[in-house]
Design a protein. Sequence first.
Length: 279
Amino acid sequence: MSSYSRPSVVLFGDSITQYSFCREQRGWGAGLADWYQRSADVFNRGFGGYNSSYGLCVVKKHVLMPNLKLAIICFGANDSVAKGDAEENMHVSVPHYRSNMASIVLAFRDHDPSMRMILITPPPVDSEKWPNRHSTRTAAYAQATREVGEAMEVKVLDLWQTGEHASGIVAEAITTADLSDGIHLGPSGNEKVYTGLRALISTSFPELVPADPCTPTVTPPSLPICPSHATPSITASSGAPPPLPSRCQGLPLHLPRWSTLQEGGDQDYSRILTDWGES
């Protein structure tokens, strides 16, 4: 058996990362997987509804993997939910978030000190569509992400600033027009993140640029996206084949849904996540 192990790239975060493989929205994770085809395997470890505390619980057991060359980490969108809201169990204070992110970085660094990391700031939100979230709160978590990156010498893709940053990154800020539903990225937002990541990897980690990257010329047809549990509009009565099942059905979700974690409260989520997959 060959001892070769293909390099791995892992995308770790909340639903902004989970949906980064969505073809309908031209997801930035799908773009990276395309860029790295035949060079590295890109793994999506995004978990909708997770905050940095949940992420810290699962990083060592469910995210770290062999021959990991690059980790791209994005939390903060759920941490910033207003305390006292119906989704209050998502809330993590800014100091706690900062500590969690530093611990997540250390987990990757302990796994392999030579691997590369990129932190992505949580993007702005449209509070008209999400009253329990506001960009002024999310901005504090974006700043904490910058501070962790600076303190721990980890590159940061800043989704709030346009132009060349001190780290040499050229990025384009996300606006509410770049969001599909007021919080998740739409096609233009995903394109900004993908372009920013490629620029950052190319300038900061040239050894991680694919030797023969692919540039697609044809956009594939859209498919139903996972969050909607939608199916194609084909019915058996029309004489056509029965509808295809949603892509959410079939294989079980990896790790529990965020709603399951919230039901247990602060005391139980660590136990639930730690014990998952043991039986």
